[in-house]
Design a protein around this ligand. Structure first.
Ligand SMILES: Nc1ncnc2c1ncn2[C@@H]1O[C@H](COP(=O)(O)OP(=O)(O)OP(=O)(O)O)[C@@H](O)[C@H]1O
Ligand SMILES: [Mg+2]
Length: 349
């Protein structure tokens, strides 16, 4: 990393971000890594709902149909043309190969036609950089996060704790040994007969339920910073089967609330312990599961240091976060050639 990065004071640059790693086609224009000039997200949720999860081939073909319209809309909303853009940041990975390729090729086409440089961005880095965008839930901390940062990334495909000593630097402390937190929400929702995507459905049901109704296991993974959610999922399955066999109605709301409480307790407990142990100045929570109200409330009330969580629409996949991560790469001199490949597997550190 460039040693001078710390001293660079947010120089002026407009970045077009493009995201297509999973089932959202998105484009956004960001000024100086923090100000949203436009942000367009075309969600495929309804298309995939009937499959109970993302159907990869359907996702990539839908991206093909929407990607240029979404980019055009983002530029139009920002009242800019490609020539006014300093760099095109595009999600290079991790994600579904067939989906990533669509955004990547659109970005390459634009870069080739306009001469604007291309920057490939890590999707996990993008989730983390959503906390640099000027729109925080935590109004008492309107400043960008301060290093060293303890970042909890909780999304559909990932659950990990990273220590960030500075921009673009990540030391992974631990990650999930099995299911990601978002994946656990999605699978348990299916067990409870709740609609896809599972996270918001569980949250809604949990609001009407008792979080202490069932004492589900907490996998603390003592002595490590790792997580595990498959045992919890199995515990819910066992209880559900038992109740079904007894012929009684499933207490869906209580099950959802008790499951959610178990996930939140472990996520918050381990994040706060890691922040303390590694002397983090501030905490960042990112990824789709950071939209969860119980998680947001718990970490905001229990943490003794500032916590940054993006506003709801920046928690799940969007392109403003891609443009933000792209901005910090851009001001650090990073550029990519037009023959870069997508990276369906691409760890942060
Ligand atoms: N309110 C919520 N509570 C809990 N989970 C939620 C909530 N809202 C969304 N989620 C979960 O977030 C996940 C989607 O997040 P995101 O878009 O970041 O995942 P992804 O892009 O598919 O995965 P990754 O970022 O790891 O590649 C889903 O698993 C969804 O159930
Ligand atoms: Mg994501």
């Amino acid at each position: 990393m460039d040693e001078n990065l710390k001293t660079i004071e947010f120089p002026s640059a407009r970045i077009l971000g493009i995201e297509s790693s999973c089932d959202e086609t998105a484009a956004a224009v960001l000024e100086n890594g923090r100000e949203i000039l436009s942000s367009v997200v075309a969600s495929q949720v309804e298309l995939h709902a009937k499959y109970g999860g993302v159907f990869p081939e359907v996702a990539s073909r839908q991206h093909i149909q929407t990607v240029y319209a979404v980019i055009e809309q983002a530029l139009q909303d920002a009242h800019l043309s490609v020539k006014d853009i300093d760099a095109i940041a595009v999600t290079r990975g991790p994600g579904l190969a067939g989906s990533l390729v669509v955004g990547m090729n659109a970005a390459k086409g634009l870069a080739l036609a306009s001469g604007v440089p291309l920057i490939g961005v890590n999707h996990l880095e993008s989730h983390i950089y959503s906390s640099w965008i000027n729109s925080h839930i935590t109004e008492e901390y309107p400043e960008p996060p301060k290093f060293p940062i303890l970042a909890l990334l909780v999304s559909g495909g990932h659950t990990e704790l990273n220590l960030m000593p500075d921009h673009l630097l990540y030391k992974r402390l631990g990650s999930t040994m099995d299911d990601a937190a978002g994946e656990a929400f999605d699978k348990v929702a299916r067990l409870l007969g709740l609609p896809y995507p599972g996270g918001p459905s569980i949250q809604k049901a949990a609001k009407e339920g008792n979080p202490e109704a069932f004492n589900f296991p907490r996998a603390w993974m003592e002595g490590t910073w790792n997580f595990s959610f498959s045992g919890l999922k199995t515990a819910v399955l066992r209880v559900v089967r038992g109740i079904e066999e007894s012929g009684k109605d499933l207490p869906v709301n209580d099950l959802a609330a008790s499951f959610q409480a178990a996930v939140v307790e472990v996520l918050v407990g381990k994040t706060l312990s890691a922040a303390k142990q590694f002397n983090a100045a501030e905490i960042v929570v990112a990824g789709g599961v950071s939209a969860n109200t119980a998680l947001r409330n718990a970490i905001l009330t229990q943490a003794e240091i500032p916590v940054h969580i993006p506003i709801l629409k920046l928690c799940t996949d969007n392109a403003a976060m891609v443009a933000s991560a792209g901005y910090f790469r851009f001001i650090n001199g990073k550029r990519d050639p037009l023959d870069i490949d997508v990276l369906p597997t691409w760890p942060l550190s």
